[in-house]
Design a binder for this molecule. Structure first.
Ligand code: SAH
Ligand code: SF4
Length: 387
């Protein structure tokens, strides 16, 4: 394993985050074989039928991929050798290359994953006492330009395919050593679509990937364990609710159109009134199924107590919680994080109105894995290597 130091990184310190670079071979693409990752169980069954095999083969293969973590057909011992050889000729099981792996002092891990065409994305695992959350990317970069977000300063390369979204879960489980996943104390229990990109601009691939993540014979994650965060792609919010039904988080960040137009420019297309109407219509809302409103705390910009009161009015009647996110700085960012004192006062106003208002503890800041910091370190590291 080699170590990549990013330009401007502090000197190595054994107590500070470990940085290593495990390499894995890329699964071949473009050699005519079909990738099984990204297909639903029913689609694999159809592919088996086409091969003249019984559809129960799909069940076996599915379990090898999603319960045992198989990356080739060699080890699929309940399948005959001749059939394994036929499968190998026609199919493959995709894994991205892990081009960089970092672990924060707080246990958060970040992987830089390289797709078959060389595009790179980041994926973050956040361990907590009672759960482990994987923060998954939906696009390479982002077309939107929220002022406080580093991902937004990078040009979009492309949407991720469904298999590339599912592969983040598989790669994380490889690294966490959870094949097969233990009965209790699992390290990967929740997914948040809060990595790079706007998931509702890549709806079809996200929907497909989440249906694979939810398959009870595989990852088996319930709708309640999956949260999608959107900057406010209003027409797709309705579809997401009706078709995928996962938990919704809204990147609100401002309570007037004037400020939100500036901070979250997609607001010009779908202003607050439309966004709030879509939230009110989100199916299945109840006290047990609340919308999360994310609110980044920017000093002197959106953090006054008048803002807090207006926020409470704006979300009135929606089963909601408000997640206050201390601003995570990145090189060149022009904002400052609100003081802790101000964040607490803001949180108190929201709590007094009856909404849970936890402050999101920044995780993995030392490896630039916190909200809005993704990809930045990657670019710095690449520059160091002149690639
Ligand atoms: N594109 C989606 C999901 C990814 S961003 C969205 O915007 O919702 C995940 C969350 O991090 C969003 O609420 C986003 O607004 C927030 N965020 C972005 N940059 C941030 C920063 N520098 N500090 C804190 N939170 C940030
Ligand atoms: Fe894109 Fe979300 Fe960042 Fe806005 S906050 S630029 S939508 S990733």
């Amino acid at each position: 394993m080699t170590t990549i130091a990013a330009a401007g990184d502090p000197p190595a310190d054994p107590n500070k985050p470990e940085i290593d670079t495990p390499q894995a071979p890329l699964a071949a693409r473009g050699d005519g074989r079909r990738n099984l990752v990204g297909l639903t169980r029913a689609e694999i069954a159809a592919a088996m039928t086409e091969l003249g095999e019984k559809s129960f083969r799909a069940q076996q293969i599915w379990r090898w991929i999603y319960v045992r973590g198989a990356t080739s057909f060699d080890g699929m011992t309940d399948i005959s050798k001749p059939l394994r050889a036929r499968l190998e000729e026609r199919f493959y099981v995709f894994r991205p290359a892990v081009t960089r792996h970092q672990k924060s002092v707080d246990g958060t891990q970040k992987w830089l994953l390289q797709m078959a065409d060389g595009a790179e994305i980041e994926c973050v695992h956040i361990p907590e006492s009672d759960r482990g959350t994987l923060c998954v990317s939906s696009q390479v970069g982002c077309t939107l330009t929220c002022k406080f977000c580093h991902t937004g300063t990078q040009r979009l390369v492309r949407n991720l395919e469904a298999d590339e979204i599912v592969a983040q879960l598989l790669s994380a489980r490889d690294a966490l050593g959870e094949w097969p996943p233990p009965e209790s104390g699992r390290k990967l229990t929740n997914i948040v679509l809060m990595g790079m990109g706007e998931p509702l601009f890549n709806y079809d691939n996200v929907a497909r990937a989440m249906s694979i993540a939810r398959d009870p014979e595989g990852f088996g994650l319930s709708r309640r364990k999956i949260t999608l965060s959107t900057s406010g792609v209003v027409p797709m919010i309705r579809r997401c609710g009706a078709e995928i039904g996962i938990m919704l988080a809204i990147s609100l960040h401002a309570v007037t159109d004037e400020l939100r137009d500036h901070l979250v420019p997609i607001n010009k297309k779908w202003p607050l009134a439309e966004l709030m109407a879509a939230c009110r219509d989100y199916p299945g809302l109840s006290n047990a199924r609340r919308i999360t409103f994310e609110y980044v705390m920017l000093k002197g910009v959106n953090d006054s107590l008048a803002d807090a009161k207006a926020l409470v009015k704006l979300i009135d009647g929606i089963p909601a919680k408000v997640n206050l996110i201390p601003f995570n700085p990145w090189p060149g960012s022009s904002f400052e994080c609100s003081s802790w004192d101000q964040i607490e006062k803001f949180s108190d106003v929201v709590a007094e109105a009856g909404y849970t208002s936890p402050v999101r503890r920044p995780r993995g800041r030392d490896i630039l894995a916190a909200c809005g910091q993704l990809k930045s370190d990657t670019e710095r590291a690449r520059r160091t290597h002149g690639t």
